[in-house]
Design a protein around this ligand. Structure first.
Ligand code: HEC
Length: 124
């Protein structure tokens, strides 16, 4: 029995590990999130804070208001402002703003965003 449990646990870890390695696609998974929750205010024409989130290039070229920091730092969640502002529990600077009637990123979207950054924030 113990052996069986160990085997099953091993299998579980193995399959989870495998799933984790599947590459997140910017175009297929990240862009739709930004499109539905951010682009209303960060589009090409109505770029709040001059931040544009309509394409990979625009995301990478956008900078924070203070300090002009990049929104995405590859493999570094604590410096990726796109991730920080979408995931923070502090409503006064969370994106999208509470006043916008667009709901904040649910856990699965935040997780996929984080995974994409940790996988190198690729243009894929
Ligand atoms: C309802 C409009 C609206 C939506 C939706 C929205 N934002 Fe913003 N965003 C703003 C405004 C307004 C600012 C601030 C501009 C300013 O102060 O000049 C801002 C600023 C930012 C900044 C810069 C913050 C700073 O302090 O440098 C980032 C990064 C950002 N938004 C990312 C996002 C992301 C990511 C999403 C989607 C998850 C999003 N925003 C959705 C309106 C919006």
């Amino acid at each position: 029995m113990r052996l069986l449990c160990a085997l099953l646990l091993g299998l579980l870890f193995f399959s989870c590990g495998k799933k984790d390695q599947q590459p997140v696609s910017f175009r297929e998974q990240i862009q739709p999130i930004l499109q539905s929750r951010c682009v209303k205010c960060h589009g090409d024409e109505n770029a709040a804070g001059k931040i544009v989130l309509t394409s990979y290039k625009a995301v990478v070229n956008s900078r924070t208001l203070k300090g002009k920091k990049p929104l995405v730092v590859s493999e570094n969640l604590s410096e990726s402002w796109l991730y920080i502002l979408s995931g923070t529990d502090q409503p006064h600077f969370r994106m999208p703003p509470d006043t916008s009637h667009i709901t904040t990123l649910p856990a699965d979207e935040l997780q996929i965003l984080g995974k994409w950054i940790m996988q190198g924030a690729k243009d894929n």
